[in-house]
Design a protein around this ligand. Structure first.
Ligand code: B1M
Length: 216
């Protein structure tokens, strides 16, 4: 699909135009456009622009919420497409993933979950605003091989460190790998809290988890 298609998609998010957005998304699906590209090259550029304008005080919360709603409706359709494209039957490992306590941002984490699942991992998505104890409980109950934590906010970053510390105390760190991600998460931060890897986007998360679980 050409550049104009992705630009038009980004613009629908900026405009908060859900009808036009879903029309374009469905047209892309019919024409075989890679759903991950639709998100990364189209929708994500639009929401990033709105986020930057929000950060600069040029747009306000209602516009941000409208744009996020468009983005979420579109990614819900695309996440299903991504998952249905998964070909691997044998699971490459089980991953529990969630957004940490204090943060309700859901879209990026869900995209990462869908792409991991499409690439053969068994993914348990435990949602957003997840407390330390809930992560630990889910890792134990699901006998996870890997834990993924996401945040887009600066303040809840510390929760990631608290989860890793608790995993240490519970004797889980030898068995369970940890990947962290989201826009404020840097390699330095990941090293500081003792995470095994940081994922910078969904494709990078797949590469890192594959490496952590020794599938490369
Ligand atoms: Co909010 N928000 N938001 N927001 N929001 C940001 C994050 C912000 C940077 C905007 C800004 O000010 N420029 C800013 C954070 C500032 C900071 O802390 N440093 C911010 C703020 C301040 C807030 C509120 C506090 C606003 C308020 O109420 N005053 C509030 C927070 C509420 C809370 O959580 N307690 C809030 C609320 C919201 C909405 C509800 C309106 C909505 C979220 C809707 C939803 O998720 N259901 C929203 C949105 C949409 C954004 C922006 C614009 C876009 C986020 C997004 O969906 N991106 C965002 C600005 C931005 O990111 N530039 C912003 C698209 C998505 C595909 O990308 O999430 O980055 P992303 O995920 C990527 C990678 O990061 C990576 O892979 C993903 C796919 O490529 N990745 C991982 C993510 N997690 C990973 C995990 C991994 C690996 C990779 O391994 C486990």
């Amino acid at each position: 699909m050409d550049r104009d298609y992705f630009d038009a998609l980004a613009q629908t998010v900026i405009d908060g135009d859900v009808e036009e957005c879903l029309k374009l998304v469905n047209r892309g699906i019919e024409n075989g456009v890679d759903p991950v590209e639709t998100i990364e090259k189209g929708l994500a550029r639009g929401i990033k622009k709105v986020g930057d304008d929000f950060g600069a005080g040029n747009v306000f919360l209602p516009e941000l919420i409208m744009a996020a709603d468009v983005m979420q409706q579109a990614t819900t359709i695309l996440d299903k497409e991504i998952k249905s494209e998964g070909t691997s039957r044998k699971t490459l490992g089980k991953i529990v993933i969630g957004t940490v306590k204090g943060d309700i941002h859901d879209i990026g984490k869900s995209v990462v979950a869908a792409v991991l699942q499409a690439n053969g991992f068994d993914v348990v998505d435990i949602g957003t605003d997840v407390a330390v104890e809930e992560f630990i409980k889910s890792v134990k109950e699901n006998e996870a091989d890997c834990l993924g934590m996401s945040t887009l906010l600066t303040l809840p970053l510390q929760v990631m460190g608290e989860v890793i510390q608790k995993m240490d105390e519970e004797g889980l760190r030898g068995k369970v790998k940890v990947i962290v991600g989201g826009c404020p998460v840097t390699q330095e931060f990941a090293d500081e809290i003792g995470a095994d890897a940081v994922g910078f986007d969904a494709a990078d998360a797949v590469i890192k988890v594959r490496a952590l679980l020794s599938h490369d």
